[in-house]
Design a binder for this molecule. Structure first.
Ligand code: A2P
Length: 329
């Protein structure tokens, strides 16, 4: 496979390079791609150094697979150009996620919907991915009426400048800020722009993407998305009302047996997921599993995952792996 990574110098793109490097994915030619500013810079991959190329050169190289993480505007402008030369584009931006003709894929859930004609595949939002990986096996077994989620999101979700803001505040250094408020010693209940109703874009993404990925317009979802002073690793408190009643031991067993999930659920021994321990890992970590005694058929859990990996790069690489395995590339 000839693989290009658009945005290879960025936060998610560089993790895509790393994830691709770690896996057994066969790469015959590799092209790191970024904006004109970065052309000529070195990117190392599997022990070799590659020069960053620009978009036109990347198109001319005729890659088979292009992983995109260069922002929505770049995806809007370029995804179809790559698709037009026969490449498969797996796009991490929000540009194509809600487009009716474009599949929004979490491999554990709905990769089987991908067809040969699908040349642009959208990677869901990081918070959606880590919520739906544990919810899907419960959705299949019990059905879901309603999901109430609150997120605790790391600053790497905003980008490198946000990490710098947090670190500079911690050292009392005055510098450029990306958040309108201090993030160190604070939390900001505001991720993305507000709509007229007072929901943020991130919250709307979680709601809409869940309906699309589960292909279930009736599923009820409400979300509150919050930025916290953690560098990497998003966490979520999830409350879910199932359609059928359950035994908590059965739920525990189902989650423990699901590929892509690590169950860390032993409150007696203070065992539960936390962001610093999930960094660099590809799985979604789940714990604090308990019945919600305030209403029937409901349960609570807590999840942490590396937002740059399963929330972005790993999910994209897994889509590519699936498509290669199924001869869709
Ligand atoms: P560059 O490093 O040259 O600016 P992040 O997600 O960390 O903000 O990174 C965004 C990534 O997308 C970077 O690799 C950036 O390249 C790349 N990028 C931004 N704009 C473009 C563009 N117009 N064409 C190609 N790559 C782009």
């Amino acid at each position: 496979m000839k693989v290009a990574i658009v945005g290879a110098t960025g936060l998610v793109g560089s993790v895509m390079v790393k994830v691709l490097e770690e896996r057994t994915f066969r790469v015959t030619e590799f092209f790191p791609v970024a904006s004109k500013r970065s052309v000529g810079r070195d990117v190392s991959f599997r022990g070799r150094t590659y020069k960053v190329i620009g978009m036109d050169e990347a198109i001319a190289a005729k890659p088979n697979i292009v992983l995109f993480s260069a922002g929505s505007a770049t995806s809007m402008e370029w995804a179809h150009k790559f698709a037009g030369i026969g490449a498969v584009v797996i796009d991490n931006s929000s540009a194509w996620r809600m487009h009716p003709d474009i599949k929004l894929v979490i491999p554990e859930i709905n990769a089987n919907q991908i067809r040969k004609k699908d040349r642009i595949i959208a990677n869901p939002n990081c918070s959606t991915i880590q919520m739906l990986v544990p919810l899907y096996p419960l959705y299949k077994k019990y059905g879901i009426n309603r999901i109430v989620v609150s997120t605790y999101q790391a600053v790497t979700g905003t980008g490198m400048k946000a990490v710098e803001q947090l670190m500079n505040e911690r050292k009392n250094i005055k510098s450029e800020t990306v958040y309108p408020f201090p993030i160190d010693l604070n939390i900001i209940p505001h991720i993305g722009d507000f709509n007229e109703e007072g929901y943020t874009k991130e919250e709307v993404k979680m709601i809409e993407e869940t309906k699309k990925i589960f292909d279930d317009k009736k599923i009820k979802v409400t979300a509150t998305c919050v930025r916290i002073p953690v560098v990497g690793g998003h966490s979520e408190s999830v409350n879910v009302e199932l359609k059928k009643d359950f035994k908590i031991e059965d739920v525990r067993r189902i989650l423990a047996d699901t590929k892509g999930i690590v169950l860390q659920d032993d409150f007696r021994n203070n065992k539960y997921p936390m962001p610093i321990y999930v960094q660099g890992k590809d799985d979604v970590f789940v714990g604090r599993l308990r019945r919600d005694n305030s209403q029937p058929k409901s349960l609570n859990f807590w999840t942490s995952a590396d937002n740059l990996r399963k929330g972005a790069a790993t999910n994209a690489v897994q889509i590519a792996e699936y498509m290669v395995a199924k001869k869709l590339v």
